[in-house]
Design a protein around this ligand. Sequence first.
Ligand code: BJ8
Length: 381
Amino acid sequence: MLSLPKNFETFNEARQKSFMALYEAKERGKKIIGTFCSYTPTEIIHAAGAIPVGLCGKSEQGIAEAEMHLPKTICPLIKASYGMALTDQCPYFYFSDGILAETTCDGKKKMYELMNLMKPVHVMNLPQGKDQALAIESWTEEVKRAAKFLENLLGTTITEEKLHDAIVYRNKIRRAILEIYEVAKLKPSPVSGYEISTVAESADFHFTDDDLVAKLEKTAREFKSRIRNDDPNRPRVLITGCPNAGVRDKIIKRLEELGADYVCADTCAGPRAQKFMTDENSDPYRAIAERYLKINCSVMTPNTQRFDDIRELIHEYKVDGVIEIVLHGCHTFAVEAFTTMKIVQSELAMPYMRLDTDFSQTDGGQIETRLGAFIEMMTAA
Ligand code: BJ8
């Protein structure tokens, strides 16, 4: 009989429900592998018979404790992820048998060294430039090395057949999630972007045997059939920059309450991380490596494709303004923000606003004022 974490009673109902589903899967003998990034090839986790679960911190919880081990100036996502694990406040970390991580930004890759003292952490060496010589060859080898780590950790064998099945399964999930994002292309969007992102994210926390793909497809159909009674001319916003789950209520929810629609994200919580399918008919390791290396994240240099994607998303989702979220301490997105600003303001002549923030609530009032002014600017444009 497995034990529950000591602070389980303090979790809210939704967290308790999700955690219990994972608990039951674990009781049935399933293994759990924690992940932190869109570059994690989840196919090899499925092929190893395990469940992947995202472990990124999304609140202030654990940050004070994390700052006893990590520099205060590191980004809040890293501190929260580490702190939640350290203080047993993350139910998913608690049940993880191991962690599959990558060398993305410096803060994350160094944090993993400390996290490795709590659970087995395997760090994949992600090439820092996707166009560099031998990038795809070295990343393919990293995918194979990660598969070996899982085999040894979980006492299993990853066959090509299991990998192929996992590739087909993940592709189906991606297509279903993309259908949900597509809903917001309708003008006006029948569903709030906040709700869309919450539903899309829930796919990462699916631990029962229910058919996830069917569930997502049903949700997409239901979303498309909805009728919204808001003002059809609400300005439409693209959110870009750092992952925003930890500031979603403070920024995105508030933005929508103030009268704008969040229609699309150029972040890992948007089509960027889902739109590439893995080739189902070639060498599975190479196909997986090729698929993941296409993701456009600021940890890559150069990362020009991200800006082409932003232009395309602005056009496809009929966007009226762009908000860039930069988490304190995230240098890669902070530097790229200069280029985003130039493209949006100078090339596309569209309102752009950059919000530098963290997971605390202390700047909520200031952000609200700036969101209000930004909506006025978009309405006047
Ligand atoms: S693929 S966006 S999930 S690395 S942790 S880079 S905010 S300083 S998270 Fe990310 Fe993968 Fe890229 Fe997506 Fe900055 Fe903080 Fe680093 Fe961060």
